[in-house]
Design a protein around this ligand. Structure first.
Ligand code: ACM
Length: 631
């Protein structure tokens, strides 16, 4: 009897696991409304694929192409009214789903995706791909049944701006890497690729009228090891590390992105973060130091505990020099001609003004303009930049420092990164805002224990990213365009390292920016997230599994060190040792704060789920535990 019961349980469990109905509950981001019903559509080599007009053709063809390799099916979409899998632009627009929403209905005989726009069809197609088994992500053919659950979905985004940023200055990502990044973000319905193209460590966009920007500015000496503590370039040392995108490359990437409903926002970071431009054209700075080199990640700045900093090497353009504005006119003429989008991001962040203060030209300009603070010079500079952009029909977007110095017009859009306060202030001044605070959206921060994940100066767990609410209390939501996640690349040497940092947090953010606020549910999301680990495995995409690890904090109770542990997932159990043995499920299970006895003790902790180890082993010596208590 017992045996029979276990067998039934096992079969029920397998049926549930294998059921396509389950895959419908694994969508990220979560759709607005979904109704599951009984039955399954099976995709086969003879399934017909169709589209109703030239606008719906792209999504149909991309679907056929996306499934070709894993299924082995060569489906050729045809223009007609009804097919087994049909993509339709609605003859009568559906106002509820707007310009990016879609309707998806799957029955045992038909799959129909309808939308007002090609963008909506593209997102419906992405949802359809997520309804297929995870093997659909494989790069080789797999012989399984390609079942899709019967379901009816109405879906549209909460925010218009759903972005991911990639810093290609600190690490040069190849054209193919950039396309892969864009392709993968579009699968999670992100629609804005913020391309951080210039910084102290490399200028990556060809400007034909200023050839030295890439001949000199795109190359630096090769260095390895922790960014910020690398050795200075030696005199005469060849600059061999780097690269840049030709305008041809950029046009190709823009086209690739457009096919995936991704708009590219290029960033030319000004007036600070410009060491690579100054290495190429030293006359753009106040000191005009011809020994300035593209920086390989040396100790070029001092950071102070009050949040201020000092640049050891000048990296800001000179706001008092008219030649600088002529330079910018040339740069933005070419940038504006290349990128079809509305916005150009002009940085504005972390501009050190110490060299301006010492420069007679800047002092004279301040006097002439009746400026009391050097900060106002940045306002003046940004105002001039905005005029250049406006003359080219583009809108200025900048980090929240553009509010300082007060010369920005209400048309400027503000990207709030130093928490959400810049965004709140900007919205109160009627600026549009993109929310991307370090506290929830900085994807370069590590996501697990500082001793397990490669060290970064701050930490951000996926659960925290998922908890982000982009519209702060009391702010008029109409000014919040949406949000994004930012991947700075000081510590990102290749694309797989980028993926490790992006996922799963970008999935969490995709849901924050797309799905209805009311549907937010961490336990539900985290279960879906795990099924996307399987999809990433099938695709060979890297991700962090830090979400399975113990979170360990310490504090002092009088003189005694106390440790507390937690997990992001509620169904994990933590086992630990403090006796220099390896923890397993027979070790003490964590149930509450533990006082650490005195002595040279090491805490070891590991997580289990259903009797199986799942997280990393975390090993913390007393010294580290003491350090955490002091924070
Ligand atoms: C920034 O992180 N410096 C915008």
């Amino acid at each position: 009897m017992k045996y029979l019961f276990s067998t039934i349980c096992l079969f029920t469990f397998l049926a549930l696991i294998l059921s396509p109905q389950i895959s419908a509950q694994q969508l990220i981001p979560q759709p607005v409304a979904m109704n599951l019903s009984k039955g399954t559509f099976t995709l086969t080599a003879s399934s017909t694929v169709g589209y109703n007009n030239t606008e719906s053709r792209g999504a149909a063809e991309m679907f056929a192409k996306s499934i070709h390799i894993p299924t082995g099916f060569a489906l050729t979409p045809v223009q007609r009214k009804s097919s087994a899998i049909q993509f339709n632009i609605l003859a009568m627009p559906d106002t509820k789903i707007g310009k990016e929403g879609y309707l998806l209905s799957v029955s045992s005989k038909h799959v129909v995706i309808s939308a007002n726009t090609p963008a909506g069809l593209f997102y419906g197609m992405q949802t359809l791909l997520q309804l297929l088994p995870s093997e659909i992500m494989k790069k080789e053919s797999v012989n399984i049944s390609w079942n899709i659950p019967s379901v009816s979905i109405i879906d549209y985004p909460r925010f218009d701006w759903r972005g991911l940023m990639l810093d290609v200055s600190r690490h040069f990502f190849s054209k193919e890497d950039v396309k892969t990044y864009i392709e993968q973000m579009s699968r999670y319905k992100f629609n804005t690729f913020h391309w951080h193209l210039t910084d102290d460590n490399g200028w990556r966009i060809q400007i034909k009228s200023l050839p030295k920007l890439t001949e000199v500015g795109a190359w630096r000496v090769q260095r390895y090891g922790a960014f910020g503590s690398r050795s200075e370039p030696l005199p005469g040392e060849p600059a061999t590390y780097g690269g840049f995108y030709t305008q041809e490359d950029i046009r190709e990437i823009i086209q690739f992105a457009a096919e995936r409903n991704v708009t590219i926002v290029p960033e030319i970071d000004l007036p600070g973060h410009s060491m690579a431009a100054i290495a190429a054209y030293p006359e753009l700075s106040t000191r005009k130091d011809t020994s300035t080199r593209v920086n390989p990640g040396t100790h070029f700045a001092e950071w102070f505990s009050n949040g201020t900093f000092k640049m050891n090497i000048e990296n800001a353009l000179n706001p008092s020099d008219e030649n600088v504005y002529q330079f910018l006119e040339k740069v933005f003429t070419e940038v504006a001609a290349l990128f079809p989008g509305t916005y150009i991001h002009v940085g504005g962040d972390e501009c050190y003004k110490g060299y301006w203060q010492q420069d007679s030209g800047c002092v004279t300009l301040m006097r002439k303009m009746n400026m009391e603070h050097v900060e106002q010079l940045q306002g003046y500079f940004m105002g001039r930049v905005e005029k250049i952009l406006k003359s080219k029909g583009k809108k200025l977007l900048g980090w929240d420092e553009i509010l300082e110095g007060g010369s920005i017009s209400p048309d400027a859009t503000v990207m709030s990164w130093r928490g959400v306060k810049g965004g709140i202030e900007a919205a109160s001044k009627k600026h549009n805002v993109v929310m991307t605070p370090t506290t929830f959206a900085y994807l370069d921060y590590n996501q697990g224990d500082q001793t397990i994940d490669p060290p970064v100066y701050a930490s951000l767990r996926v659960r925290k990213s998922y908890s982000f609410e982009p519209v702060p209390d009391g702010v008029d939501a109409t000014y919040i365009l949406g949000g994004q996640g930012n991947l700075w690349a000081e510590n990102v040497p290749h694309l797989r390292a980028a993926q490790y940092l992006i996922y799963p947090r970008a999935w969490a953010l995709s849901e924050v920016y797309w799905s209805p606020k009311e549907k937010k549910d961490w336990n539900d999301f985290s279960a879906r997230m795990e099924s996307h680990f399987m999809r990433a495995d099938a695709a060979g995409i890297n991700y962090s599994t830090a979400v399975f690890d113990a979170i360990i904090k310490t504090s002092k109770r009088n003189e005694t060190l106390v440790f507390e542990m937690d997990t992001e997932l509620s169904d994990l159990k933590i086992y630990f040792t403090i006796d220099d043995t390896m923890p397993d499920e027979y070790s003490p299970g964590y149930s509450g704060p533990v006082e650490l006895p005195s002595g040279p003790i090491t805490l070891r902790a590991v997580t289990y789920r259903n009797g199986k180890p799942i997280g990393h082993l975390i090993t913390l010596k007393r010294e580290e535990l003491e350090k955490r208590a002091a924070k």
